[in-house]
Design a protein around this ligand. Structure first.
Ligand code: PXL
Length: 287
């Protein structure tokens, strides 16, 4: 199988693992050619007390115009954290570059723990919601799910019926596959719900919870998920691999005593594990 080319559109935060500094190495580990389009350069992510922000909106469209001229093909467009007002630009980009066989993965990446990230408001949520009509797959956490649906944040613990209702409602915005992350089971395990509208299935994957907050964990998950899917791995197995990769990284974070909020999820030590999981899935034809 030829190597797939993925365009990923998110910020470049120099310090604090998230967005492009996470997506590029993870997708490369998955054996995917990655074209990273930075939306902005930040000194560090916005969970630090202060940051600098250099907007690159103009440069984004200039790059895309150049690619269009050369008719470059993308097997996937994967978007993550976007600045205020950039969802509309990304919509333009998707319209220009998406072909029939282009997989579109959208990680809403605007909030966590019941709150929007610093600097975002309802307008940003509305613009991301509008972007979802172009997506094949989305991977919001429970916070993003409730903001997108305009319902109160239910806490991380959501029962099966609520999850099904939420996933069905989200899929009406466009995407047929919904992976909700950070869901807590009744047995206090943590994981994902996986809804496939076409197959009419709702599945779950949970593992034991780990203490702490890990910035960029959602970005690592979305990148690994996208990387698995571009290797032809089935959605449920892709979720399992991406979740286990993040879970093992958290364990490493704990073992090494690294500040997971500021410096982000320490995923580097688990890249080899991610690579091996994908090879195994391909050998076992989990495709
Ligand atoms: O991990 C999400 C993320 C990405 N990029 C920036 C962020 C955040 C979360 O706060 O601030 C700049």
């Amino acid at each position: 199988m030829a190597i797939k080319r993925c365009l990923t559109i998110q910020d470049y935060s120099c310090m604090g693992r998230c967005s492009l500094t996470v997506a590029l190495p993870i997708l490369s580990t998955c054996g995917v050619e990655t074209v990273g389009l930075p939306t902005a350069v930040l000194s560090n992510h916005t969970a630090f007390e202060n940051w600098t922000y250099t907007d690159l909106s103009k440069q984004m469209l200039q790059s895309v115009d150049m690619w269009e001229k050369y008719n470059h093909h993308f097997d996937c467009i994967y978007t993550g954290y976007l600045g205020n007002g950039q969802a509309k630009i990304v919509e333009e980009i998707i319209k220009k570059l998406k072909k029939e066989d282009t997989l579109v993965v959208i990680d809403p990446a605007f909030g966590d723990n019941g709150k929007l990230y610093s600097g975002f408001d309802q307008k940003h949520v509305d613009e991301i919601r509008s972007l979802l009509k172009h997506a094949d797959i989305i991977c919001p956490n429970v916070t993003e799910t409730s903001f997108l649906l305009g319902v109160p944040y239910p806490g991380e613990e959501v029962d099966g019926i609520t999850t099904q209702r939420m996933a069905t409602a989200l899929s009406q915005f466009g995407p047929s596959k919904i992976v909700v992350t950070g869901v807590k089971s009744e047995d206090d395990e943590v994981g994902c719900s996986i809804f496939d509208r076409k197959k009419k299935t709702l599945d779950y994957y949970f593992t034991e919870p780990l203490p702490g907050i890990y910035h960029g964990a959602g970005d690592s998950f979305a990148s690994a998920l996208t990387g698995c899917l571009l290797n032809g791995v089935s959605l449920n197995i892709a979720v399992k691999i991406a979740h286990d990769f993040v879970h093992k990284s958290m364990q490493q974070n704990i073992n090494d005593g690294v500040d997971g909020i500021l410096y982000g999820l320490e995923y580097e030590g688990q890249l080899r594990y991610l690579y091996q999981c994908i090879q195994k899935a391909k050998r076992n034809k989990n495709l």
